[in-house]
Design a binder for this molecule. Structure first.
Ligand code: GAL
Length: 427
């Protein structure tokens, strides 16, 4: 009987010690205890039109390098992230972040995710990978705050591209326009000939058109000043730019609101419209459709913006509270690598963020974009997160929505003035 009790006490003591050891980490270091991540969830809005194919190519590199990690490709369809960003916001609010998500370099990243304490600094990864030596100097400040670097840029896109159908222009005796006035004259000719001059899509593509018309009408310095608070939104110059916008909208298809960016840009390569203003992801789409550069489509800077590269950059983040932080770093390592960027960008329709990619891997359009990126004046995009924080952008978007319904320039300009005062630098 006594013997039995001794055994019981011994067993209880052993169990207790085991419990205490487990609670204290079992005497192992946290590194030893942490199991390797077996999955990583990456969130984006790249679901089609060349974009999904580009992402797949980069995932291919990831799978080769990290075969033990399942890549969870979490995408929400909708150009420019209009739907995806709403879903992401809900997930972040409910404490359910994906490990890594697509965010635009600039105010979108800094003003939203960094300001909200939602993403981790990546300085150690930058040091370990030597990325400061291969990422453009212009980009680092746009993804940094207080000495911390917050994301890994995978590409550089150009926003101010005028895509055109060479055969349609030729058939109507229209030259590729370089100025806003030439563009309007060309569209007049085309409209008189029964051709849709300018293909347009849903509201974010209308904001995209607006920002390029502002740039083309004001010039790069005054355009930059809109975002820095040095160009007066109430000025006669801005009024003239908005007047141009109204005139240009008069040459667009009436069903714009119901078309995605792919629908609208496809009108050009199919010969149903002469022009479309869209970022160069449209080129990834044209290639996916099997269209031939310089034959099925041509390109030029949006009229008035020759010599200016209006850019944006997709970058990937590391979530605070990422469920799989180690695998997220592995994903980011691929996203920032030469192999990852060389696989992704030629298909996506963008140039590498890295400065050491091999130009021979890229088609004729992207090679011209590389030259322009290296030599042009660089300005930032509004629609794609560079120049304005989310609340300012959303006020502009609301004003634009009302304007598209009433076409009242005075009311629109007053709303833009108010937006800069409430959410921008025009206090
Ligand atoms: C942009 C994004 C591009 C492309 C585009 C259309 O905001 O930066 O990579 O996805 O939207 O969806």
């Amino acid at each position: 009987m006594i013997k039995k009790n001794v055994w019981k006490i011994l067993l209880a003591t052993l169990l207790l010690s085991a419990l205490i050891l487990t609670a204290c980490g079992g005497g192992t270091t946290p590194e030893e205890a942490a199991p390797a991540d077996t999955a990583v969830e990456v969130f984006s809005w790249w679901t089609g039109g060349g974009e999904a194919a580009g992402l797949e190519a980069m995932i291919g590199i990831f799978n080769t390098e990290y075969p033990g990690v399942e890549f969870i490709n979490a995408t929400v369809a909708g150009g420019a992230g209009t739907n995806a960003r709403a879903v992401l916001a809900t997930r972040l609010q409910s404490g359910d972040p994906p490990d890594s998500w697509q965010g635009h370099a600039g105010q979108e990243l800094i003003g939203t995710y960094v300001a909200g304490g939602q993403i981790e600094p990546l300085n150690d990864l930058y040091d370990a990978q030597g990325w400061l030596a291969v990422m453009p100097e212009t980009l680092i400040p746009l993804i940094s705050q207080d000495g911390n670097i917050y994301s890994v840029p995978v590409n550089i896109h150009r926003a101010n591209v005028l895509w055109y159908n060479p055969a349609v222009l030729e058939a109507n005796g229209v030259a590729v326009p370089a100025t806003v006035a030439d563009w309007i004259a060309a569209m007049d000719t085309l409209q008189a000939a029964g051709v849709t001059p300018l293909a347009l899509g849903e509201q974010w593509t209308q904001m995209h058109l607006l920002e390029t018309v502002l740039l083309g009408s004001l010039g790069a310095d005054a355009y930059d000043g809109l975002w820095a608070g040095t160009t007066d939104w109430a000025s006669a110059e801005v009024k003239a730019a908005l007047d141009n916008f109204v005139t240009i909208l008069g040459y667009t298809n009436s069903d714009a609101a119901s078309l995605s960016w792919q629908d609208a840009s496809q009108l050009v390569v199919n010969g149903d419209a002469a022009f479309n203003v869209m970022g160069d992801w449209a080129e990834g789409y044209f290639r996916e459709l099997g269209k031939v550069p310089e034959t099925d489509y041509g390109w030029a800077p949006v009229p008035g913006t020759v010599g200016v590269f209006q850019f944006l950059s997709d970058s990937f983040t590391l979530a605070v509270g990422a469920p799989h932080p180690a695998a997220a770093e592995e994903w980011l390592t691929v996203a920032g690598s030469k192999a990852g960027q060389e696989a992704f960008n030629p298909i996506k329709g963008s140039i590498c963020a890295r400065t050491d990619c091999d130009p021979a891997l890229f088609g004729v359009y992207l090679q011209s974009a590389m030259d322009d990126w290296a030599s042009n004046k660089v300005s930032g995009s509004l629609t794609h997160g560079v120049v304005a924080n989310d609340s300012w952008k959303s006020e502009i978007d609301t004003a634009l929505g009302l304007f598209m319904a009433d076409m009242n320039v005075e009311t629109f300009q007053a709303a833009l003035v108010a937006a800069c005062a409430s959410s921008g630098p025009c206090q």
